[in-house]
Ligand binder design. Structure first.
Ligand code: PBG
Length: 327
């Protein structure tokens, strides 16, 4: 055959394939989400997320230090408080579960980057991400009152020593409000990682077991985005950037790679993708049953995130990935 162009020439050996590889993974790409609970005295395994635990503060520090030693540069903290109410008071309490954990982590592992999830759902008795009243099964969210509490929460995290705050609530105007509140409190250098395009996804199911944050009534569709919408996601990201977001996130991950690509192309900001609890659970379950090669599939998924343009990947596999990538 007279074929001048033969793409297979560059696939002929591992060395040639390595030479022309466009995307690579390293431990520094990953952020490890961790759960700290003040309700427990020993780590509790999360049934729907094999290998993931709710940690005591002490166990959290050990896990975070271990992950850092393995090469993971950053963690994302979620807190589970002993007390919940309708104003989420423990979200912004100076001695709240997240604030105390941040202080201890900063003292013990000072070089580890600490990102705090800024949301109210774990701290609200009804599990919604904002101040809520109920009309039967319909949750009515008071947007601006919620934003005030979120801003207080972000400032209390920064005061405790958080390196980056990551609002995940999807209220309107929260990024601008957080930026102003942080600046006023003197935290002009604390970056905001916005969960900018966050969808009302069924893939968060296992997380809500881990964080004990499932809504008691109603759902999150009046604040999180409709999975059918992409242009709206671009508008959300544009707004968050205009309001002062330093990094933006797409969530969930794999089913939304089209948006990772479009957002990175259009805005060029550091862009994160969240490989969420349901995505993790699917891989774990199939791997446990022997139906998938776990390591190969996880590495392939992570490559897909990076190929789509993600600079950072939040994944419960972060520590495991750091070990795999070490060889
Ligand atoms: C809090 C929050 C959620 C997740 C991250 N931050 C849950 C939700 O919005 O219901 C989900 C993360 C995951 O599924 O791994 N608002």
């Amino acid at each position: 055959m007279d074929l001048p162009i033969r793409p297979r020439r560059l696939r002929a050996s591992p060395a040639l394939r390595a030479l022309v590889r466009e995307t690579t993974l390293s431990a520094g790409d990953f952020i490890l989400p961790l759960f700290v609970s003040e309700k427990i005295t020993a780590p509790v395994a999360v049934a729907s997320m094999p290998g993931v635990f709710q940690f005591t503060e002490k166990a959290l520090v050990e896990e975070a230090a271990g992950a850092f030693a393995d090469g993971v540069p950053a963690v994302l903290l979620f807190g589970i408080p002993a007390h919940k109410d309708e104003q989420a008071t423990q979200a912004y309490a100076d001695d709240g579960v997240v604030q105390r954990a941040v202080r201890t982590l900063k003292k013990t592992v000072p070089e580890l980057l600490i990102i705090t999830d800024v949301c109210l759902c774990e701290f609200m008795s009804h599990g919604h991400c904002g101040v809520t009243t109920f009309d039967g099964d319909h949750a009515r969210i008071a947007n601006d009152a919620s934003v005030e509490l979120l801003a207080k929460t972000a400032v209390s995290h920064a005061r405790a020593g958080a390196d980056i705050v990551a609002p995940s609530d999807m209220m309107d105007g929260r990024i601008g409000a957080l930026r102003r509140a942080l600046d006023t409190a003197g935290f002009t250098d604390t970056p905001i990682l916005s969960y900018a395009a966050k969808f009302a996804s069924a893939f968060y199911g296992p997380f809500r077991d881990a964080a004990e944050s499932a809504p008691t009534a109603g759902d999150r569709r009046t604040y999180q985005m409709d999975p059918a919408n992409a242009c709206e996601a671009l508008r959300e990201v544009a707004l968050d950037i205009a309001e002062g977001a330093d990094l933006v996130m797409v969530k969930p991950g794999l089913p939304y790679l089209d948006l990772v690509w479009r957002i990175k192309e259009r805005f060029g900001l550091p862009t994160a993708a969240y490989h969420v609890s349901g995505e993790y659970a699917m891989l774990k379950t199939a791997a446990e049953r022997g139906w998938l090669d776990e390591k190969a599939c996880v590495l392939e998924q992570m490559l897909a995130f990076k190929r789509a343009g993600a600079d950072l990947i939040l994944t419960y596999y972060a520590r495991q990935l750091a070990l795999w990538l070490r060889g």
